[in-house]
Design a protein around this ligand. Structure first.
Ligand code: SAM
Length: 278
C-alpha cells in the first residue's frame, strides 16, 4: 500500500463532482436556489434553535470580531453573530438563500453584514472581501469541488480561527438516495465526501485540527402527502408516472404521523473541525 501517495484532494474532487453530477436539479446551487426550499430550511433551523445556540457558544466571538461566514444560507449563524460582533461578510451563491438572508437582515434591522452572492471558489479575495477575518466559518457548506484550494483561500484571509462543520457517515437523505437511485434511474447513488477525506486534506497541509463529533436531528414537516411529494418530486426530479408512484410509495412508508403532520425523521452525525492560525 502506498500510503503517502494517496491524494485526498483528488478523492474529495471525485466524490464531490460525482455527487453534483448526480444532483437531478441540474444547476450547481440546485435545491437552494428555490425560495420554498430555502424557506423550509430557515423554518427548520428556527425550530431547532438549540443547535444554533450551542454553535454560537463555541465560537470565539468578541464584540470587535470580523467574521466570514462561507455558505451562510439564510443567516442561521450570520444573523445572530452580527448582533455580537463588529462585522460579518456572508458569502452565499444560491439566490433562494440570499434573498431570505437579506429579508432577515431587514426585518431585524441588521446593517453590519456584507453580502457576497458568489460561490467561495469564485470569490475575489481583493475585491469581494474585507480580509483579514478573526473567525471564519463554513457550516455544512463545503460544496467546493477543490477543497484544497478552498481551504488555501480561507487560510489566505484568516488571521486566527477557522471553524468548519461537516458530516460523518451516511446522512439520512443519502440513505434514501442509495435506496431510491437504482429503482428510479437504474444507477447507483454515490454519497458525497465526508470528514475523513477533509481531515486528511488538512493533515497534508500541516493543519492538525480539533475534531468534535455530535449528532443532529434531521426533520422535515409536511401538512399532507401532496406537500411532501412537491418537496421530494423536486429533489428527485420525477419525469414518469412510474417514478412518481415509486417515490410516493417509498415516502408513504418513511413518513410518520405526528400531531396531524407527516414527518421525515432522521439523525445525522456531524463534526466540528477547528483550528487556530498563529
Ligand atoms: C445546508 S446550507 C447551510 C447554511 C448555513 N451555513 C447553516 O449552517 O445554516 C448549505 C449552504 O452552502 C451553500 N454552498 C454550497 N456550496 C457552496 C460554495 N461552493 N460556496 C459557497 N457556498 C456554498 C449553499 O448554497 C447553501 O446555502
Amino acid at each position: 500500500m502506498q500510503y503517502g501517495k494517496i491524494d485526498w484532494n483528488d478523492i474529495w474532487k471525485e466524490l464531490m463532482t460525482t455527487q453534483q453530477r448526480l444532483d437531478k436539479t441540474g444547476d450547481k446551487e440546485g435545491h437552494w436556489n428555490k425560495r420554498e426550499n430555502a424557506e423550509r430550511f430557515w423554518k427548520r433551523t428556527q425550530e431547532n434553535s438549540e443547535r444554533t445556540d450551542s454553535t454560537l457558544n463555541e465560537l470565539p466571538l468578541t464584540s470587535g470580531s470580523k467574521v466570514l461566514d462561507i455558505g451562510s444560507g439564510p443567516g442561521r449563524l450570520a444573523i445572530p453573530i452580527a448582533k455580537r460582533v463588529s462585522h460579518v461578510t456572508a458569502v452565499e451563491p444560491a439566490t433562494g438563500m440570499m434573498d431570505i438572508l437579506k429579508e432577515n437582515m431587514e426585518k431585524q434591522g441588521i446593517d453590519n453584514i456584507s453580502c457576497v452572492s458568489k460561490r467561495w471558489e469564485d470569490v475575489d479575495v481583493e475585491n469581494d472581501l474585507d480580509a483579514p477575518y478573526d473567525v471564519i466559518i463554513a457550516s455544512f457548506s463545503l460544496g467546493m469541488p477543490d477543497i484544497n484550494e478552498a481551504i488555501q483561500k480561507m487560510q489566505q484571509v484568516s488571521s486566527k480561527y477557522v471553524y468548519l462543520y461537516w458530516f460523518a457517515g451516511t446522512t439520512p437523505w443519502e440513505k434514501h438516495s442509495i435506496i431510491l437511485w437504482p429503482a428510479l434511474y437504474g444507477t447507483n447513488y454515490v454519497p458525497g465526501p465526508k470528514c475523513d477525506v477533509l481531515y486528511n486534506v488538512l493533515y497534508n497541509k500541516g493543519i492538525y485540527p480539533e475534531m468534535h463529533v455530535f449528532s443532529m436531528d434531521y426533520t422535515n414537516y409536511f401538512s399532507c402527502m401532496d406537500e411532501a411529494m412537491d418537496f421530494y418530486r423536486d429533489r428527485y426530479v420525477i419525469e414518469t408516472q412510474e417514478q412518481e408512484n415509486l417515490l410516493r410509495n417509498y415516502f408513504r412508508d418513511v413518513l410518520v404521523q405526528e400531531n396531524g403532520q407527516l414527518v421525515e425523521k432522521g439523525i445525522s452525525t456531524r463534526v466540528r473541525i477547528s483550528w487556530e492560525n498563529k
